[in-house]
Design a protein around this ligand. Sequence first.
Ligand code: ZN
Length: 230
Amino acid sequence: MRLRSAPLGADRRVCVLVTDRRDGDLAISTDPDQLERRRRAIVDRPWVWTRQVHGAGVLVIDADSDVTTANGTEADAIVTLRSDVAIAAHSADCATVALWAPEGVIGVVHAGWRGLLVDVIGAAITTMRSLGATTIRAATGPSIGPECYEFGSDDLAELRAELGDSVVAATATGAPALDVRAAVAGRLDQAGVMAVDIDDRCTGCEAEQFWSHRIRSDTARQALVVWSEP
Ligand SMILES: [Zn+2]
């Protein structure tokens, strides 16, 4: 795992943790008891997680939310002001994004190409602002790099229309590719959010560290987990 932290307002910190293969498979289809043990070994507090559907839905966990009931909701982002939970996004190639603001609002996003197209990142940021977030910062988890991500030209044209030429790249063999990192940076920029830490590790290339759906047909998932603490 890789743990980073940053100040969150005057007296708290936000923690952003990216798991890898050594932390175990965190796919939500894993045996629930085994999964709970794995999660608690990584961050010992209640985890909030969703059933990710490549959409723009945002799950808000407020003071009254029952985490157990909320878990498994269909959504690709989670936003909360709560300091007693860890919020998680899962992936095996798709981008994951951590978001935080000094008012104590934190967020996580799962964004593959469909999520980038429908702008789930912007949806999470808008939700954070509705909860009082002002200056939002972002960090990302690992994702598939353009050298590994051959991409259909029609879908690539749609993303280019939304996000500009920077998302268009080439694979190691010269085929059209999507630059997921550039697309994430583009969505953050459109929403006025500064990324302070971009993880440029490729889930395809780094087979010893990460699972990859595209390159190795892995069904296991790594996670990006965010929480705040004193
Ligand atoms: Zn790669």
